[in-house]
Design a protein around this ligand. Structure first.
Ligand SMILES: C[S@@+](CC[C@H](N)C(=O)[O-])C[C@H]1O[C@@H](n2cnc3c(N)ncnc32)[C@H](O)[C@@H]1O
Length: 624
C-alpha cells in the first residue's frame, strides 16, 4: 500500500505500516472471523451505535470484552473508524488466495476519484463486478447519498450491485456497507443486498438482476490481474472461447472484465476501472486495443506511468469508457506521488482515434505529440538507416554466463561444488547493462557456455554424446543445472535440447556495432569496435549507411532521451525501454558529408544538442 515515500492507503492516520504489522500479529492470536467480530464490536462501541441489524448483532454477540480491549491496545486505535475495520478485512484474506484470484485492494484516493468521475446526479445503479471488500461500492454509496440525499439503506438495496468469486469478500462487502449505514445514523434489521458470489465472467447478469436489464449506469472497480501463465487450463479455454479480447499472446483476465463491463453497461452509462497500463503497448493487448478502438469506447485514460500505487505486479492507469462513439482518447499522466492529491484538477489532451495504431497505442499530450511527430518525420527512421538486432537469450543467464577469464578452464561454483569448464566451449559475451552508465568502448564482460556447432550457416546444439565426451567439465556443470534448465518456458521444451539456449537468436552479429541495454534511464549506446563478441540484455545497431560514430552521437543525445520518455513503456525508477520496436521509428536526420564530418569531430555536447535541435526543428529547451 505504500508508494515510494507516499502513503496512499487512504488511511487517515500516519502509522499505516505499523498498523498492518499489528494486524498480522493479531492474526496469529485469533481466528480471523473472531478478529473481524472484535473489530465490529469495537467500531460499534467507539461510535456509540446501538443496532437491530441481525448480521452485526449475531457477530458481536459472543465477543469477549477483554479481547476487544486487547485488539484495541495492540492496534493502538483510539477511536475505531470504518477504515480501520476495512484494513483488517483486507489483511485476513490469505496470501495464497490473493495470488490465485488476483486480489489487491485499491487505495481510497483512487476509488474516490473513479466514483466521482463515473457517478453523477442521474446515476441510479452502480456495479462492481469484482468488488473485493467493497471499497468501490462504499465510495459509490457515499457519492449517491451526497448527490441525492437518498437514505443509505435505500441506496444499498436498490442501487448497489456487485459480485466477487470469493465468498468471504461478499461477506465483508456486506459488513462494510452495513457499518456505513449504522455510522450515518440509520438502522435496519435486514438489508437486501444485490451481491453475488460468482465468477462474474460466466454469471448470467441479466437474469440475476432483471430490474437492470438495460444495463448499469456505472460500472466501476479494479478487475483482477491474472496472467495466462498463472491460470488453469479450463480457465484459459473458457476465456478464449467467450471473450474476443483474450485470443492472442499472454492475455490477462482483466481484458475480459473490460468486455464484461461494456456488456453490462447502459447505453448512457460510464465505466471506470483502475487497471494495468501494459495493454497500451503489449502484444497480448492488441485485440483489446482493437476492440476499444473499433468501437471508440475509451473516453479518457489517466496513466500512473511508473508509480507503484498498490501491491500490484504491474503499473497502472485509470480507464473511463462509455458506449457512445467519440473522436479521441483524452490522456494525461501522473509521474510524482505528490500529484496524486490533485487528481481532480487534471485536464486531458485528446489523442484522435484515427492516429492510433492497433500495434501499439502511443498516448501523448498535444504539445508532446507535435514534437514526436517532428522527430519521426525528420530524415529516415533508424530502422531503415541500420539493422537492429536482439542479442542472445538463454532464458537462464545465471547458468550459461561465466566470469570473464582467458584461462584454459573457467571455474564456476554451483551448489557448493567447483566445476572446471573448458574455455574452448565458451565465447566472449558483452552483458550490455554491465557496461556502465557512460557510453564507452564495449569490451566483453563475461564468457558464455556455447554448446553449439555451425552446420551450413546455421547453429545447432552439439549432440549430447559429443558434449559429454569432448567437454566433460562443462557437461557435468550443465547436468547439475538440468532441472533448472528444464523449467524454462514453463517446462515446455518445444523440441529443443535441454542444454540449448531458450531462443535461437543473436548468434550472427559479427561486425562493428552500437550496443544499448534494453532499459536505461538515459540513452547509453556503447561502441563495440571489435565486433566478435556475443551480447545480451539489449540491442545492437549495425550495418548503418551513416558512420556508426555519428549514429552513436545522435542516439546518445537529449533528442532520443526525450523521444523514449514519451513513447516507450515506463518502468519503475523512470527507466525507458530501448527495445527495437520503440527505437526503430526514431528519425535520423539527412546529413551532408560536411555535417557528418562536423559531428564526427564534435566533442562539445552542447554544440551537438544545438545542431540536432536545428535538424529536428525543435527547441533544445523543450527536452531539458
Ligand atoms: C484487484 S482485486 C479488487 C478488489 C476490490 N474491488 C478493490 O478494489 O479493492 C480483484 C477482485 O476480483 C475478484 N475476482 C477474481 N476473479 C474473479 C472472477 N472471475 N469473478 C469475480 N470476481 C473475481 C477477487 O476475489 C478480488 O476481490
Amino acid at each position: 500500500m505504500r508508494g515510494k515515500g507516499w502513503d496512499i492507503s487512504g488511511l487517515d492516520f500516519k502509522n499505516g505500516s505499523s498498523y498492518d504489522h499489528s494486524i498480522k500479529l493479531l492474526i496469529t492470536v485469533y481466528a480471523k472471523d473472531y478478529l473481524v467480530n472484535c473489530m465490529l464490536a469495537m467500531f460499534i462501541a467507539d461510535n456509540n451505535i446501538t443496532t437491530t441489524n441481525r448480521t452485526i448483532r449475531k457477530r458481536v454477540k459472543n465477543v469477549a470484552e477483554c479481547d476487544v480491549k486487547y485488539v484495541k491496545n495492540t492496534l493502538r486505535c483510539d477511536r475505531c473508524e470504518l477504515v480501520h475495520v476495512q484494513k483488517v478485512l483486507e489483511c485476513v484474506v490469505e496470501s495464497s488466495v490473493r495470488q490465485r484470484y488476483g486480489v489487491v485492494y485499491t487505495p481510497t484516493i483512487i476509488t474516490e476519484y473513479i466514483t466521482r468521475k463515473s457517478i453523477g446526479k442521474g446515476t441510479r445503479t452502480v456495479c462492481d463486478p469484482a468488488c473485493g471488500t467493497g471499497v468501490f461500492l462504499l465510495s459509490a454509496v457515499k457519492r449517491i447519498h451526497q448527490l441525492s440525499g437518498r437514505r443509505v439503506s435505500d441506496i444499498i438495496e436498490n442501487s448497489i450491485f456487485g459480485a466477487d468469486i470469493l465468498e468471504e469478500h461478499i461477506t465483508y462487502t456486506k459488513i462494510v456497507l452495513i457499518l456505513y449505514m449504522l455510522y450515518i445514523g440509520e438502522d435496519k434489521q435486514y438489508l437486501n443486498f444485490n451481491l453475488n458470489c460468482c465468477d462474474s465472467l460466466t454469471f448470467d447478469w441479466k437474469n440475476a438482476h432483471p430490474a437492470v436489464s438495460t444495463g448499469f449506469d456505472a460500472v466501476i472497480g479494479n478487475p483482477p490481474y491474472i496472467r495466462i501463465q498463472d491460470m488453469e487450463n479450463v480457465q484459459k479455454t473458457a476465456l478464449r472461447t467467450r471473450w474476443r479480447t483474450c485470443t492472442n499472446g499472454s492475455y490477462n483476465i482483466y481484458f475480459a472484465f473490460f468486455e464484461l463491463g461494456v456488456g453490462i453497461l447502459s447505453s448512457t452509462g460510464t465505466l471506470g476501472y483502475v487497471t494495468s497500463n501494459n495493454f497500451f503497448t503489449s502484444f497480448a493487448g492488441k485485440n483489446l486495443r482493437g476492440w476499444m478502438q473499433e468501437n471508440r469506447y475509451v473516453r479518457r485514460i489517466l496513466d500512473f506511468t511508473h508509480l507503484i500505487l498498490f501491491e500490484a505486479t504491474s503499473y497502472t492507469c485509470i480507464v473511463f469508457l462509455d458506449r457512445r462513439k467519440k473522436n479521441g482518447i483524452g490522456y494525461n499522466y501522473v509521474t510524482e506521488y505528490n500529484d496524486l492529491v490533485a487528481l481532480n484538477s487534471i485536464k486531458f489532451d485528446i489523442n484522435p482515434y484515427h492516429k492510433l495504431r492497433y500495434e501499439k497505442w502511443r498516448l501523448l499530450k498535444s504539445d508532446e505529440r507535435e514534437i514526436i511527430e517532428k522527430i519521426e518525420s525528420t530524415g529516415r527512421p533508424l530502422g531503415m538507416v541500420s539493422d537492429i538486432h536482439s542479442g542472445i537469450a538463454t532464458l537462464k543467464d545465471k547458468v550459461f554466463l561465466l566470469p570473464y577469464s582467458d584461462d584454459e578452464y573457467i571455474e564456476k561454483i554451483y551448489a557448493g561444488r567447483v566445476y572446471r569448464i573448458e574455455s574452448s566451449i565458451t565465447r566472449n559475451i558483452i552483458k550490455i547493462p554491465d557496461l556502465g552508465n557512460k557510453p564507452s568502448q564495449a569490451l566483453p564482460t563475461n564468457k558464455i557456455v556455447f554448446p553449439y556447432r555451425k552446420v551450413s550457416k546455421r547453429y545447432e546444439p552439439l549432440p549430447e554424446r559429443e558434449l559429454k565426451d569432448v567437454y566433460p567439465g562443462c557437461y557435468q556443470y550443465l547436468c547439475a543445472n538440468k532441472t533448472v534448465l528444464l523449467k524454462r518456458d514453463g517446462g515446455k521444451q518445444n523440441g529443443r535440447a535441454w542444454y540449448a539456449y531458450g531462443r535461437s537468436q543473436g548468434f550472427d552479429t559479427d561486425g562493428r556495432k552500437l550496443l544499448t541495454p534494453t532499459f536505461s534511464i538515459k540513452p547509453r549506446f556503447h561502441f563495440d569496435d571489435n565486433g566478435n563478441s556475443f551480447f545480451c540484455n539489449g540491442y545492437a545497431i549495425c550495418n548503418s549507411d551513416i558512420p556508426l560514430i555519428v549514429i552513436q552521437k545522435i542516439l546518445n543525445s537529449n533528442v532520443l532521451a526525450y523521444y523514449i520518455t514519451k513513447t516507450s513503456v515506463s518502468v519503475a525508477g523512470g527507466y525507458g525501454c530501448f527495445q527495437k520496436n520503440f527505437i526503430e521509428r526514431f528519425g535520423i536526420p539527412d546529413l551532408t558529408d560536411m555535417e557528418i564530418e562536423r559531428i564526427e569531430d564534435m566533442t562539445d555536447q552542447d554544440h551537438l544538442e544545438e545542431l540536432l535541435a536545428e535538424k529536428y526543428n525543435i527547441s533544445a529547451l523543450i527536452y531539458q
